[in-house]
Ligand binder design. Structure first.
Ligand code: FMN
Length: 336
């Protein structure tokens, strides 16, 4: 069964429990803001987004996924938010699938478009993918846990040298991206030292690829791995210790989740599973309504928390619940 179909019919089974409850934002009782004054325009990779949101990597490489990319790109275009394709690495071997990726730029001619590739793709092939998609940036997914649980997955995780080449020679900026298991501080520090600039943290708490891939195995023998990710909040706390630019994704379901990520320094917030579920299960109009409501609420909530522009997100006071505070404390001593 394809991953999109799993999400359509078994959405709940693909999801992990909400982890955003481990952080509370502290609301100023007198915010002194006006919703109409809230302007969340954000510059990212030479494009200006209306709000710091993007539709994260999901689709491409078949007729069905061309349709999904078309609809997601129409939404990105209407709301002027960013969009990433699903893995376009398939184009190295199957150039006939190009249109399922290039449709994103066609439907979203002036918005932020990111291409997504695996960490083995060469600079030459990646530059070709960028030109096919007219992409503004490239996400390189690093997905060790998914590969291990995937029946046909890779067993070779020696990626750093190729990542260096991509970072050094690609015609557009590179984003190193997880797929729902988050980033530890040691890896983020290594990436920073190596000269990488941007990561997409994609932590646990939402779509869980250990569950999805295990579902495809007849013996379901990797079920015990579904909880080994670092949450998006833990990954944000890690990234906040570095000077990297970071995007946050993984488990974003409400505008309050997004605000928590922004308050912890994320430059923008990515949504995947829940949007695809809306689209596939309930149709285009429901997906559109979901995004429209999300964006309206994000602006309203910003005003509630005393924020009228993105530079103010980091001024929101926070309360770390016990588990997350423990993580923060141990990070200071043990995980460097
Ligand atoms: C159907 C589906 C396909 C995905 N395909 C890709 C992919 O090709 N490349 C990638 O980097 N991430 C992929 N992802 C992972 C998402 O980009 C994201 O990191 C992850 O789903 C966590 O976000 P969520 O909890 O909002 O779904 C996919 C996710 C879904 C749901």
């Amino acid at each position: 069964m394809s991953i999109c179909l799993s999400l359509k019919f078994f959405y709940k089974e693909t999801q992990e429990q909400d982890k955003f409850k481990e952080l509370s934002l502290i609301r100023p009782t007198l915010p002194e803001t006006k919703v109409n004054n809230v302007n969340l325009e954000t510059d990212l990779f030479n494009r200006t987004l209306s709000v710091p949101l993007y539709i994260n990597a999901m689709s491409g490489g078949s007729n069905r996924s061309a349709k999904i990319n078309q609809q997601l790109a129409q939404l990105a275009n209407e709301f002027n938010i960013g969009i990433a394709s699903g893995s376009a690495s398939i184009l190295v071997k199957e150039p006939e699938q190009e249109s399922s990726f290039s449709i994103i730029r066609q439907e979203n001619p002036n918005g932020l478009v990111m291409a997504n590739i695996n960490p083995f793709v060469s600079v030459e092939d990646a530059n070709h993918i960028v030109s096919v998609m007219q992409a503004d940036a490239v996400q390189v997914h690093v997905n060790v846990v998914q590969e291990i649980v995937m029946p046909e997955g890779d067993r070779d995780f020696v990626w750093l040298e190729n990542l260096r080449q991509l970072q050094g020679d690609l015609s557009v900026p590179v984003i190193i991206k997880e797929v729902g298991f988050g980033f530890d501080l040691a890896t983020l520090s290594l990436l920073e030292k190596e000269g990488f600039k941007t990561v997409d943290l994609s932590g646990s708490g939402g779509t869980n690829f250990a569950k999805i891939e295990n579902f495809r195995r007849s013996e379901h023998d990797y079920s015990y791995l579904s909880d080994i990710g670092l949450s998006t909040l833990q990954s944000l706390i890690n990234a906040n210790e570095t000077n990297l630019n970071y995007l946050a994704s993984g488990g974003i379901k409400t505008p309050l989740d997004a605000l928590k990520c922004l308050s912890l320094g994320a430059k923008a917030v990515g949504i995947s599973g829940i949007l695809l579920h809306q689209l596939e299960r309930h149709g285009y109009e429901e997906a559109r309504h979901f995004l429209q409501t999300f964006i309206t609420h994000l602006k309203e909530l910003s005003a509630v928390y005393g924020v009228e522009s993105p530079v103010q997100f980091s001024t929101i006071n926070k309360y770390y619940h016990l588990e997350l505070e423990n993580y923060r404390q141990q990070l200071r001593h043990d995980f460097r």
